[in-house]
Design a protein around this ligand. Sequence first.
Ligand SMILES: [Zn+2]
Length: 447
Amino acid sequence: MSNLLITNGLVIGARGQEIQDILIRDELIVTISPQINPPENCRIIDANAKWIFPGVIDPHTHMGIPIKSGYSADTFASGSPSALHGGVTTILDFSVLESGQTLRESLNTRIKLAGESLCDVGIHVNITRFEPEILAEIPDLIRSGYNSFKVFTTYAEADMMLTYDQIEAVATIIGQHNGILMVHSEDNDVIRRASESFAGGTQTHPRYHGLSRPAEAELVAINRLGEISSRTNCTIYIVHLNTAAGLAKATEYPLLKVETCPHYLLLSEKMYERPDGQMFVSSPPLRSIADSEALWLGLQNGQIHTIGSDHCPFCLGDKPAGTPYQDIPNGMGGVETLFPTLLAQFMERHLNLELLVRLTSSNPAAIFGLDHFKGSLKAGFHADLMIVDPWSISTNWESTLHTSLDWNAYTNFSAVFPETVIRRGEVVIDKAIMNSPSKGLLLKAGS
Ligand SMILES: [Zn+2]
């Protein structure tokens, strides 16, 4: 049995903040109260009025996923230590449905890869083929704790798209069994029409990536998905929402849950004009500053429920300058900078830190069925937390990143990295140095 007592931290929760002591035994929080006497054989960490946040649950990562020409740059083994350094103790990643595989087989393949993760890890089930046998697997998967599924309204060329009718059929089954449907929401017809004007021409600069996927694509898709959620009574989670118009539409439908990403809050389409503009190509693309300010308002109004990194990084060599936008691998890294950059922004914008906790811990836990043991600092819950010194806010942190990548999107941004990170009771980062953590736990909803 190991005891750990954290004293005098300002514990920031979803609904308040207070100086508290936290007693941890093995993996769990035993007590949290203003004054706890240490038991025998207890390590004590004096948090000394620094801030304590619940560990971040990043609901959206893509570790080592196949693309046209290889894989995204971080594997579970390289991406998860980087995540821990940014205070992310849980990642939720996605299965990849290869041709001929059942959903269960694709899930098992992914679970095996996720065994390398040092973060606790859950897997969403991608449905990129519409077949009766695939649909028939859904109820059983939900019963066994895999209750979140993802579909795409686009990527027809990669054979990943489902039509709206097919999505409605999937949503009907998931809704009946109380699962959740996640949707990449960009209308394929809108993208096709917008792209046609650039096809075969000289307009291949990264800025045309944005113009080929206009804001209207998100608006049209969210409108259709909102209607589907109402008709099927299925909760639909809009991944990586990025436009003011899409957000306004999403708020019309009570069964839609909304995620946005740090790059849509912190960056804009102006990045495409930089000499390394190709590195910022992701789908959906970066938007205007007005869009990003609308998202900041949406966070404050409770219209956006979570912030996921959509971590899908590539190195400089994977995205050479001058590559036509159509051939640039889509995606950016961000799991390590997710919380540190957002915390700095929340401080600079004088926003409520409890809101940040809701967006990055308690809401993702509740939405994905993990909220009886993760997402909050409470007795009986997993001891996932971080200690942050707010005075360590800095713009000079890039060289301290713990990633295998040679490029990062947030150079010169303010950030506050945690100095101590505890995952299920284990001190995995101690004074910014990683110990040799045990492997993460495979998570299932509701168990
Ligand atoms: Zn994604």
